[in-house]
Design a protein around this ligand. Structure first.
Ligand code: TRP
Length: 332
């Protein structure tokens, strides 16, 4: 069975876009493959969070992934920093990662441009840590978006370089498993085509949002001045609302409002009311699950321990073998 692995950014709450995107695929994959999913907390330190924010974000992500349906009995779900073997492999890989290739990385260049006063070594070597994350479990398939393609290419470079340097066939080269073309793309509420956390305020509906704030956000969603003349193209913001409807409403509901639109009798207010209620029906069980898990420290601690133990077993084996290959010999 193939080993699948993916890192989860520990940057706060999940929204509908995340749910219909990566998460549903993770949930499907956990039954079909040997899956490792981890919360990338080491990586998040490049932005210097306060200790409180740091911990709260990791906890939130853990709670919400569990609530969304990642099954810790099926997949190995863990917090990156609970597996210090990853940090050791990162150190070892760093010895053969070159400044030039790291500086040429697109994501690094973007950070240099966007935050010139915080260009730290953690950012430069981010792809090395990511490679360590992946090859510590000898994972071959990495379900990530297109934006991670170059990082995967670098992970292959580091894995192959290790193999060549020590004349071994130890690390399998990992490949991005691109499911992006199969994703339902969830648009934002602000007229943009993407729901995202970093977009404008009110763009995203979070899984943990209560009904009142969902209604408020949806009622404020961007539309246009009214249905166009027959044959004219639907405006992007209205198309977005229909696309959101397709994700959460019944087909009858979508068809009804499409017909109203065609007849030019549509009232966007009515459409939004319906959309808000259907989003609420969809997210309510998720929100309840989030609240339930959030209140259960014992369960969280059990899950985290189980994940750490399973991950360390696999990572520990790799580190022992890597040390042997490199030539570490103990004096005691
Ligand atoms: N860089 C990934 C992101 O920004 C997160 C990540 C860290 C990751 N380590 C990983 C993804 C290992 C896949 C495998 O989304």
């Amino acid at each position: 069975m193939e080993t699948v692995l993916s890192g989860i950014r520990s940057t706060g709450n999940l929204h509908l876009g995340n749910y219909f995107g990566a998460i549903r695929n993770f949930i499907k994959m956990q039954h079909e493959h040997n899956c490792y999913f981890f919360i990338a907390d080491y990586h998040s330190l490049t932005t210097h969070p306060t200790p409180e924010d740091f911990h709260r974000n990791v906890r939130q992500v853990l709670v919400e992934y569990l609530a969304a349906g990642i099954d810790p009995e099926q997949a190995t779900l863990y917090v990156q920093s609970d597996v210090p073997e990853i940090a050791e492999l990162y150190l070892l890989l760093n010895m053969n990662a070159y400044k030039g290739e790291l500086e040429r990385c697109t994501s690094f260049k973007e950070k240099v441009r966007k935050q010139p006063d915080n260009v730290n070594a953690g950012l430069l070597t981010y792809p090395v840590l990511m490679a360590a994350d992946i090859i510590i479990h000898k994972a071959s398939k990495v379900p990530v978006g297109k934006d991670q393609e170059q990082h995967l290419e670098m992970a292959r470079t580091f894995a192959n370089r290790f193999n060549r340097m020590y004349r071994v066939d130890y690390f399998p080269p990992p490949y991005a498993f691109n499911f992006e073309n199969k994703l339902i793309k969830i648009p934002g509420l602000d007229g943009s085509t993407k729901m995202g956390k970093s977009e404008s305020e009110g763009n995203a509906v979070f899984l943990a949002d209560d009904p009142k704030s969902i209604r408020k956000k949806v009622m404020r969603a961007t539309t246009d001045s009214g249905p166009q003349k027959p044959g004219e193209k639907m405006s992007q913001p209205v198309e977005n609302l229909f696309n959101l409807m397709k994700a959460v409403c019944s087909k009858d509901t979508v068809d009804y409002f499409l017909q109203e639109y065609k007849n030019a009798t549509i009232r966007y207010g009515d459409m939004k009311k319906q959309l808000a209620e259907d989003i609420i029906s969809f997210t309510t069980p998720l929100r309840e699950k989030i609240l339930e898990i959030d209140a259960d420290n014992e369960y969280l601690s059990k899950v985290a321990r189980m994940g750490a133990e399973k991950a360390r077993e696999s990572a520990g084996k790799t580190i022992r073998e890597v040390r042997e290959i490199i030539g570490f010999r103990s004096f005691y």
